[in-house]
Design a protein around this ligand. Sequence first.
Ligand SMILES: *Cc1c(COP(=O)(O)O)cnc(C)c1O
Length: 353
Amino acid sequence: MIKLFKLENLLRDNIRNIVPYSSARDEYKGSEGVFLDANENSLGSTVDKEYNRYPDPLQWALKERIAIIKKIEKSMIFLGNGSDEPIDLLFRAFCKPGVDNVIILPPTYGMYQVAADINDVEVRKVNLTEEFQIEAETVLQAVDVNTKIIFICSPNNPTGNIVNRTDINYIMDNFDGLVVVDEAYIDFAPSSTLLPELNNNPNLVVLQTFSKAWGLAGLRVGMAFASEEIVDVFNKIKYPYNINAVSQELVLEGLNNLLAKEKMVETILTERENLKENLLKVPAVVKVFPSDANFLLVRMLHADEAYQYLIDRKIITRNRSKVTLCDNCLRITVGTPEENEQLISELKNLPGL
Ligand SMILES: *Cc1c(COP(=O)(O)O)cnc(C)c1O
């Protein structure tokens, strides 16, 4: 197949022709002045800090910092209300409801299916192999003229592993729709991000997030990296002020504390290996899958029973036993050293067989 990627051809007609909402703050870029344009309360706020002004709709202070840390042009960065926002925007921009389809690779992150369902877009499923790797040729066989997006999650949730780069490259080279690579857990992985591939692959979208390694899940800020052309589409259809002022301030503070992130990642990686070793000594544990993320997929003798046993002891894990290829599996996040110890000491008393 010869790759004929043209963003124009992928866009829904209504999106191609849309005139974006122009917010008051889009027109004047300065920060000094008498602002009588946006019907804000000029007197102040009802809380101690001043939040009476609308935030920067394009979050430039954050993007400038992210551009340096990630070594990428700031025009190639989109920030959303969690990664969930760019996932939804991808459907809204590129997938015609009731007509187009996308491909996902189960077992994988549930949000792709949910966003597809909300947007009335068909989901084609091509399962990963038993080793949770991609069969690239089978994926491409599922493509038809209405296939707009292939979602790849690496490291994958809920399996935890990185998927082989050669398979991602093969799909990018042979599919003329969008390839979305979700790198929510990339900070925990030994192999590197696909961000440098953006320059050679106009059909690539890379998703990352502040919810995992950065420890900022409560602020709801996710990143999408793509060509300026794709980022412009997202900006055209997003809510005007999609990242609130508090989140912008605090994410910037986090970005200026890169060392704290790196230290936490280091601790989590050490703890992950300890946890894995200790889980393997638990009679009720059958298998611990290799992980490149901050969680472990663990096959139990009886996952439902183990899940309930842990709940009764106020330890909450994610029961994935009904998920494709994950029978009898729990997904367990790496906790603090104390939490991991507590988990192990309880699990040791769960009878095997
Ligand atoms: C946690 C997670 C995200 C992050 O979602 P946010 O909306 O940014 O919190 C994205 N993708 C995957 C696969 C995840 O597991």
